[in-house]
Ligand binder design. Structure first.
Ligand code: BES
Ligand code: MN
Ligand code: ZN
Length: 490
């Protein structure tokens, strides 16, 4: 989808999109002579201009008939959010409509440069789709809309979009692609290759550890998960040094389980296909790294992905096995389906030993229990630092990737003590997301600031929203990007 910002409407045919704020229909003045009729039709449709509501009609514009979408932007949302919803709603409605061009006329809204640009962001994000495996799409199911022209906004919007938001669209798109691809296509090695190809020329440094390298480092927990699969594990490290000084980096760590069968503690068949997106945390980390590099963020960041496939092969680890982690701590593997924390523990040790980050933020589709706690609207946030937690929650609010704070405490930590090893990989059923977070915290060294985001309810959506179609959401990319902008770049 081409997003363009212009001073005036283009020549030729297009669908026209006019936003209205609730019952305030002053934006319709842009319609000229058609305004009166359109106002009357909106009344008869009982159109109230609520956020994401649409009235579609055809108007006689003198030179012929053209499609008009009146889109509500409501009055309740913050401006940026309302702007994204507007762009997303228009794009979704017109994508396969037969129209090739849409013009969104913002002249009634008085949006500043960033808000205007975020109309484009919403439209671009909502237009993403992946038709690679659909060979039999009917003509009327194929996208026709190629270009969205935004007029009547602030003159600085084009530059703002290119600098700040087009890179984010690139990052989110990479994440969604990785999350959408099935596990016969994306496995640890091919994940690395796909990322390499996608970030070429971005200025990111890439380093990859294979099984042998990780064996030398003693990453017994991560490799224990991988050993039941024919697909060998990888550790992917992306580096971005954009700060003027060579200060300590911030580390993003992603769970990249390219398929989670559960291993020997195998999952039930129903719904198991969803576990192709158990690499959503790693997907978010690489998407964010790409976005940050493309917009040349003034920050030092290292992004680490622990990539494994959790399979019940003949060499798979067994319940009761004890593994030694890179940190030296030992783990009794009670349940081979609690694999994400094993992968993250070693990845977090690696990043601390090699990069001495001041802050670590890990993202993982870690527990079904977080879905029971928070459903599909919020991801869970755990942190050992009040300030970091607050800043992440603020970035979540601003970006739409919302976070709800969950507790950590010594009393939960005790629940993962093991009679044979330093810890076991599961606690009781109750509070399952919390004991998972406590497990990860045991790998955080010397009071490093740390936050863990359990995004099991957020990587994939069964229903469409204003900035994504159902399927891969790209959750986490905008959160991390916004955190960097708010905290590290000022
Ligand atoms: N990848 C799953 C968590 C998950 C479940 C993500 C549902 C998305 C939707 C994770 O590896 C897992 O299997 N967790 C177990 C932990 C349990 C064995 C302690 C779970 O949540 O059931
Ligand atoms: Mn699992
Ligand atoms: Zn998993």
């Amino acid at each position: 989808m081409q997003i363009r910002f212009a001073d005036a409407r283009p020549e030729g045919d297009y669908a026209l999109v006019i936003p209205v704020q609730g019952k305030d229909r002053s934006g319709l003045a842009a319609l000229g002579t058609a305004q009166q009729t359109v106002t009357a039709t909106l009344d008869r449709q009982r159109f109230e201009g609520e956020a994401s509501s649409v009235s579609e009609q055809f108007i006689d514009d003198g030179g012929g008939t053209s499609r008009l979408l009146v889109v509500g932007v409501g009055k309740g949302d913050a401006k940026g959010e309302a702007a994204e919803k507007l762009g997303g709603t228009a794009a979704a409605r017109l994508q396969t409509s037969g129209e090739k061009t849409a013009v969104i006329d913002l002249s009634g809204l008085g949006y500043d440069a960033d808000t205007t640009a975020r109309v484009g962001l919403g439209a671009a994000l909502r237009s993403w789709r992946y038709d690679r495996y659909r060979t039999k799409l009917k003509d009327n199911q194929k996208p026709t809309l190629g270009e969205i022209v935004i007029v009547g906004g602030d003159a600085g919007a084009g530059q703002r979009y290119e600098q700040r938001w087009a890179p984010v669209v690139e990052g989110v798109s990479l994440t969604r692609e990785l999350v959408t691809e099935p596990a016969n296509v994306i496995y640890p090695q091919s994940f690395v290759e796909r990322v390499r190809a996608s970030i070429e020329g971005s200025g990111l440094d890439v380093e990859v550890l294979d099984r042998v390298a990780m064996e030398k480092l003693g990453m017994g927990a991560l490799l224990g998960v991988a050993q039941g699969s024919m697909r060998e594990a990888r550790l992917l490290i992306l580096k971005w040094n954009g700060a003027a000084n060579g200060g300590q980096p911030t580390a993003f760590v992603g769970k990249g389980v390219t398929f989670d069968t559960g291993g020997i503690s195998i999952k039930p068949a129903a719904g198991m296909e969803a576990m192709k997106w158990d690499m959503g945390g790693a997907g978010a980390v690489v998407g964010a790294m790409k976005a940050l590099a493309l917009r040349k963020a003034k920050a030092n960041i290292v992004g680490i992905c622990g990539l494994v496939e959790n399979m019940p092969g003949g060499n798979a680890q067994r319940p009761g096995d004890v593994v030694t982690t890179m940190s030296g701590q030992t783990v009794e593997v009670i349940n081979t389906d609690a694999e994400g924390r094993l992968v993250l523990g070693d990845a977090i040790t690696y990043v601390q030993r090699n990069f001495k980050p001041s802050t670590i933020i890990d993202l993982a589709t870690l527990t079904g229990a977080i879905l029971i706690s928070l459903g599909h609207e919020w991801a869970g946030l755990f942190s050992n630092n009040e300030e970091l937690a607050g800043k992440l929650q603020a970035a979540g609010q601003e970006s739409g990737d919302k976070l709800w704070r969950m507790p950590l405490a010594e009393s939960f930590d005790r629940l993962i003590d093991s009679p044979i090893a330093d810890m076991k990989n599961v606690g009781p059923r109750e509070g399952g997301s919390i004991t998972a977070a406590q497990f990860i915290q045991r790998f955080v060294e010397n009071g490093t600031k740390w936050a863990h985001i359990d995004m099991a309810g957020k990587a994939w959506s069964d229903k469409a929203a204003s900035t994504y179609e159902k399927g891969a959401t790209g959750f986490g990319v905008r959160l991390l990007d916004q955190y960097v902008a708010d905290v590290l770049e000022r």
